[in-house]
Design a protein around this ligand. Structure first.
Ligand SMILES: Nc1ncnc2c1ncn2[C@@H]1O[C@H](COP(=O)(O)OP(=O)(O)OP(=O)(O)O)[C@@H](O)[C@H]1O
Ligand SMILES: [Mg+2]
Length: 264
């Protein structure tokens, strides 16, 4: 091979190498793009799944209010002006909660969300109100015991979501196991500078064999339509977003859930 031919060959190989490099770089950029895109999609999917999960309860609540209104009009024909106003008011509260849920989950993935100060007992009452008509329908009694009313600094609606998940679970188990005189107690008190929300039911408790798994994602037991997201999501909210702890154990006739939060 002459010197000239050698140079030509080297030039040719260099240009091939350059083309190959730019091709692999493009490939890798493309690959990264797909990766970011799919992780965004996964996050979106997770967000939509969470919203759907969090909307199921209030949607059932709205439908039960409408059913009650219809029954009153059609059957007993005694729906009063004040009852209508009350139904509208409750429905508006539920809709507001649903709309907040979307904002919350958007914020969940944002880094610049804002915490606020809120009084724990007001938030509990507001939350229980969202569930009241379903609980009434299932003949489940709910008791709120406020021993202390501290101020919490955090995400108000997310705290409600946790409560809704825990109370709805208790309701589901009470219904599923056909427990009569079902009762759910929500108690708030202070201990060692922390605010404790205690939720106790009389549904017979969490099966010991499932105890270690109830906070893991997609772990659902003894349920027809469970997705297993509720407690996983709740733990994430309390422990990652609110600096607290969420735990569960069995007590005398049922399960006890503790939400422990720092006081502001
Ligand atoms: N109060 C309770 N008493 C007995 N078992 C419970 C109680 N709360 C939760 N569990 C058990 O923990 C499991 C996990 O609850 P989680 O809320 O994460 O999922 P799920 O309720 O099954 O489904 P989803 O909340 O997505 O509809 C439930 O399937 C149930 O077996
Ligand atoms: Mg649940």
């Amino acid at each position: 091979m002459t010197k000239e031919e050698c140079k030509d060959k080297i030039n040719f190989l260099e240009s091939e190498l350059k083309a190959l490099r730019s091709f692999t770089q493009k490939e890798s950029e493309q690959h990264n793009k797909i990766l970011t895109q799919s992780s965004k999609m996964a996050a979106m999917g997770e967000m939509i799944g969470n919203i759907a999960h969090q909307w199921r309860q209030p949607l059932m609540e709205l439908s039960s209010i409408l059913m009650e209104a219809e029954a009153k009009i059609r059957i007993s024909k005694n729906l009063t002006y004040n009852q209508v106003l009350e139904m509208i008011d409750t429905s508006n509260q539920i809709l507001k909660y649903m709309s907040n849920t979307i904002d919350d989950f958007r914020n969940f993935f944002a880094t610049d969300k804002e915490k606020t100060k809120f009084k724990i007992s007001e938030q509990i009452k507001r939350t229980v109100n969202i569930l009241s008509s379903t609980l009434e329908n299932k003949k489940i009694q709910i008791q709120i015991i406020i021993q202390s009313n501290p101020t919490i600094y955090g995400y108000q609606n997310e705290y409600s979501q946790v409560l809704i998940n825990i109370i709805s679970n208790a309701k589901d188990v009470l219904v599923q196991r056909g427990i009569e005189n079902g009762i759910i107690k929500v108690k708030v008190y202070e201990k060692d500078g922390e605010c404790i929300t205690e939720i106790i039911d009389n549904a017979g408790g969490i099966s010991e064999k499932y105890m270690d798994d109830i906070f893991k994602p997609f772990m659902t037991f003894e349920k027809k339509n469970g997705t297993g997201i509720g407690l996983f999501m709740s733990k994430l909210i309390v422990e990652n977003n609110m600096n607290g702890r969420l735990s569960a154990k069995n007590v005398k006739n049922g399960a006890q859930f503790l939400i422990e939060l720092p006081i502001f």
